[in-house]
Design a protein around this ligand. Structure first.
Ligand SMILES: *Cc1c(COP(=O)(O)O)cnc(C)c1O
Length: 230
C-alpha cells in the first residue's frame, strides 16, 4: 500500500501551486497575499475527492447547485467545522431556505425576487450568510446577473427597501472576450458603492483578477482537474 501520510494527493499539490501563484500575483502588484481568498470550486466532484483538500487545510469552497451541496457538504463539514461554503451558481427563490441554511456566502444575488426571498428567509431563520450581487458585466442575454447600469439601483433597493447588507460583487466575463475590462468595470461599480469584496477570476484568469482588485478568486479545474459537466 502506498504510504498515505507522505504521498501528496495530486489535487493537494495543485492547490499548493495555485496558492503560490495567488501569492505571487498579489505581491507583483503590491497587494498583501492574505487579502486574496481562494475559493476552491468543488462542483461536480464527489466528497471523497474534496476531503483531501479539507484535510490539507483548504477552508473555502464553492458549489454551484444547492441540491448537490446539500448532498455533499454536511459530511465534509464534519471534517472541519470552520469550512466556509460559497454558492456560485444561480439561485431560484424557492431554494432560498435551503441556500440560507447551507451556505456561508451567496455570491449570486441577481434579481429582486431572489433578494426578497433571501431577506425573508434570513429574518425567519436568523442565519445570515454574506451576500454578493452578481453583475452581468457583458450584458449577455443568457447569463445571470444585474446589468451594469442597473447595479447601483439594485444595490440601493437591497439596502434601503430590504435591509440587506451586500458585502460585494461577483462577475463571470463572457468566454470569448478579454476579461480585464470586465474586472475593471466590476471594481468600479464596487468602489462607487463602497463595497470591499470582489469575486472575480477563475482557473484561466485569476492573476488578472488579482491585478484588478479581486478579494476572492474562484478556481475549480486548475485544482480538481477536468470536469465533464459544466
Ligand atoms: C465552475 C465555476 C468556476 C470555476 O471555473 P474553473 O474554470 O474550473 O476554475 C468559477 N466560477 C463559477 C461561477 C463557476 O461556475
Amino acid at each position: 500500500m502506498p504510504d498515505q501520510t507522505t504521498a501528496p494527493h495530486p489535487a493537494v499539490e495543485r492547490l499548493r501551486d495555485i496558492e503560490g501563484r495567488i501569492a505571487r500575483a498579489a505581491r507583483d502588484c503590491g497587494r498583501d497575499p492574505a487579502a486574496v481568498t481562494l475559493v476552491a470550486v468543488s462542483k461536480t466532484f464527489p466528497a471523497e475527492e474534496i476531503a483531501p483538500l479539507v484535510r490539507a487545510g483548504q477552508r473555502v469552497f464553492g458549489e454551484n447547485r444547492v441540491q448537490e451541496a446539500k448532498a455533499k457538504w454536511p459530511g465534509l463539514r464534519s471534517l472541519a467545522p470552520d469550512v466556509s461554503l460559497h454558492l456560485i451558481g444561480p439561485l431560484q427563490s424557492n431554494k432560498a431556505r435551503e441556500a440560507v441554511e447551507l451556505f456561508d456566502v451567496i455570491e449570486t444575488v441577481d434579481r429582486l425576487t431572489v433578494a426578497e426571498a433571501l431577506a425573508a428567509e434570513m429574518a425567519r431563520s436568523g442565519h445570515k450568510p454574506a451576500l454578493y450581487v452578481q453583475v452581468n458585466t457583458g450584458a449577455e442575454p443568457q447569463k445571470a446577473g444585474v446589468l451594469p447600469e442597473e447595479a447601483d439601483g439594485f444595490l440601493a433597493t437591497c439596502r434601503d427597501s430590504l435591509g440587506l447588507a451586500i458585502a460585494g460583487l461577483m462577475c463571470i466575463p463572457p468566454v470569448d472576450q478579454q476579461v480585464s475590462p470586465h474586472f475593471a468595470l466590476l471594481a468600479s461599480i464596487a468602489a462607487r458603492n463602497g463595497l470591499a469584496t470582489l469575486s472575480m477570476g477563475m482557473s484561466g484568469d485569476f492573476e488578472l483578477g488579482i491585478q484588478l482588485g479581486a478579494t476572492h478568486v474562484r478556481v475549480g479545474s486548475a485544482i480538481f482537474g477536468h470536469r465533464d459537466a459544466p
